[in-house]
Design a protein. Sequence first.
Length: 63
Amino acid sequence: MPKNVRVCPKCRSHRVRYLTNIAGWLGPRKFICDECGHIGPFFIELDLDELKKQREEKTNDQP
Ligand SMILES: [Zn+2]
């Protein structure tokens, strides 16, 4: 069974969490990446296998 995780579109980290009530105002739901600090309403979802694959490719690029 594929397990989807939400990942940062910028750095591909899965350390993403909801950002709630910035400075007290209610806006659209946003997410923040703990890794690079990227904030946005759209974070991509990948399944874990796909994420692993991309990470391996990344590792191969930068040994
Ligand atoms: Zn990020």
